[in-house]
Design a protein around this ligand. Structure first.
Ligand SMILES: [Zn+2]
Length: 479
């Protein structure tokens, strides 16, 4: 009913079906032939490139350098850190044969690169003068997925992984928070995702980390999406890979290391934070096309086509990513629906009568202003500001949604009701058995202990034991 040729199942009817349809129909992604793999199509990849270049600039501005490490890692490397191998074993893809022969030692396709980078750090660091060592890698990683979902959980995905080595705990922990702040800023200012920054409970930590920090976003179905993580490893990996330095005193000491990552999962996060019944809504700062011009040329009007191309040139010169939809075989109405579904923030319609009046009809992807006639000559000046306003509107709307779906709860009934539609802020005893019990009954897990939470004491919302963290924990169902 809520579906037509270019339409999608209404988000409000079936969120999961909506997501699965919209990412394919909008041309973001296609299925790869191997189970759980995805092809990122140009429209999706452009979004990734925009996000990537913004993250990369921030990583470099904070003193990190990019490098590249091999995809294949000797299997024995993973076993050197006991928790790490235990955590990743179920997801590993392992190469046992190559060159027509069985390999003497199997090779793991990297699920993450702490081990191989740790091995190299041990080689490159000898003195305190070599520290801090601040590295980042842009790469693909493979984690075998039994229940894949495009962008959210795929067997292969793209990401950046920062890996750093430091002289002491204080310096490494500062780095961990610097990366977390960077992700917080990227999510908020570019993706318009009002994330909550916090620490993971011990049961949700990265395998091998002393502390894991996360930014958690709320999707429009009330579920949480872990959108970036930053880990303080203590000396766990330094011990496993012998990453040592000679201090000023001449004594040999272990480095403290960190790692942190943000991935193509963010694309799924953007889709599920802003999309609606009509399809995608892209935040202007990451939209592949910020503006699409649809020339209305019934009977074919070269003048209109030309005016559309000229306007596009002027907008591009003003820094606006502009696309002209000149597909001759399609009606303007089809194009309007198509670009609405594909999430373009602003559409400009340009027909012969508009051209005579020196105006174009502007339609925003969201809002109730309808069509507005805007003077063509003013567009290069006014559109950047209109796009900024649209960006702010999306952040405000998502923040309001999150706040309306987050409840401070003290009883189990309130807790169960809150996590059925969003997040619960509750006290918890911190025991894994109690976390498991909550998950079994409600499917909710502890998302994070918010950094900005107020100190609160009391009893665990589930078992009544004393709360472990001195503040409330966010619980929610998660992707
Ligand atoms: Zn408990």
């Amino acid at each position: 009913m809520a579906r037509d040729e270019r339409g999608v199942t209404a988000q409000s009817e079936d969120f999961a079906a909506w997501y699965n349809e919209v990412v394919f129909k909008a041309g973001l992604v296609d299925r790869g032939p191997a189970k759980g793999t995805m092809v990122i199509r140009p429209y999706g990849y452009r979004l990734w490139e925009l996000l990537q270049s913004e993250i990369d600039g921030r990583i470099k501005a904070t003193g990190h350098e990019n490098a590249y490490f091999p995809l294949l890692i000797p299997e024995s490397y993973l076993s050197r850190e006991a928790e790490h191998v235990e955590g990743f074993s179920p997801e590993l893809a392992v190469v046992t044969h190559a060159g027509g022969k069985e390999l003497e030692e199997a090779l793991v396709v990297r699920p993450t690169s702490e081990t191989i980078i740790g091995e190299m750090m041990a080689k490159w660091i000898s003195s305190h003068r070599d520290l801090p060592l601040l590295l980042n890698q842009w790469a693909n990683v493979v984690r075998w997925e039994l229940r894949p979902r495009m962008f959210l959980r795929t067997t292969e995905f793209l990401w950046q992984e920062g890996h750093t080595a430091h002289i002491d705990e204080g310096d490494a922990r500062r780095e961990t928070m610097l990366a977390l702040d960077l992700y917080h800023e990227v999510a908020r200012d570019l993706a318009a995702m009002p994330v909550v920054a916090g620490e993971k409970t011990p049961g949700e930590r990265f395998a091998g980390a002393v502390a894991t920090f996360t930014i958690e976003a709320m999707m429009r179905d009330g579920r949480a999406l872990q959108s970036g993580t930053s880990h303080y490893m203590g000396t766990n990996f330094a011990t496993a890979f012998d990453i040592r330095f000679t201090g000023e005193s001449g004594r040999e000491e272990l480095c403290h290391t960190t790692s942190w990552g943000m991935s193509t999962r963010m694309i799924g996060g953007i889709v599920m934070t802003h999309g609606d019944d009509k399809g995608l809504v892209f935040p202007p700062r990451l939209a592949p096309h910020q503006v699409v011009i649809v020339p209305i040329t019934r009977g074919g009007s070269a003048a209109v086509e030309e005016a559309a191309q000229q306007l596009a040139q002027r907008l591009r010169a003003a820094g606006v990513r502009t696309h002209v939809d000149a597909r001759p075989q399609l009606t303007p109405g089809f194009k309007y629906n198509d670009w609405e579904m594909r999430g373009v923030p602003i559409r400009l319609e340009l027909g012969p009568r508009d051209l005579e009046a020196g105006t174009a009809m502007m339609v925003k992807r969201l809002g109730d202003e309808g069509k507005q006639a805007v003077a063509i000559d003013s567009l290069p000046t006014v559109l950047p500001g209109i796009l900024d306003e649209f960006q702010e509107y999306l952040l405000a709307r998502a923040t309001k949604f999150r706040d309306e779906h987050t409840r401070v709860v003290d009883t189990w009934d309130e807790f169960a009701a809150a996590v059925s539609t969003g997040w619960a802020l509750a006290l918890h005893c911190g025991t894994p058995a109690c976390e498991d019990d909550i998950k079994a009954v409600t499917a909710a897990t502890p998302r994070c202990i918010p950094l900005e939470g107020d100190p609160t004491a009391g009893a665990c919302v589930r078992c009544g034991a004393a709360s472990a963290y001195g503040k409330r924990v966010i619980f929610g169902r998660a992707y």
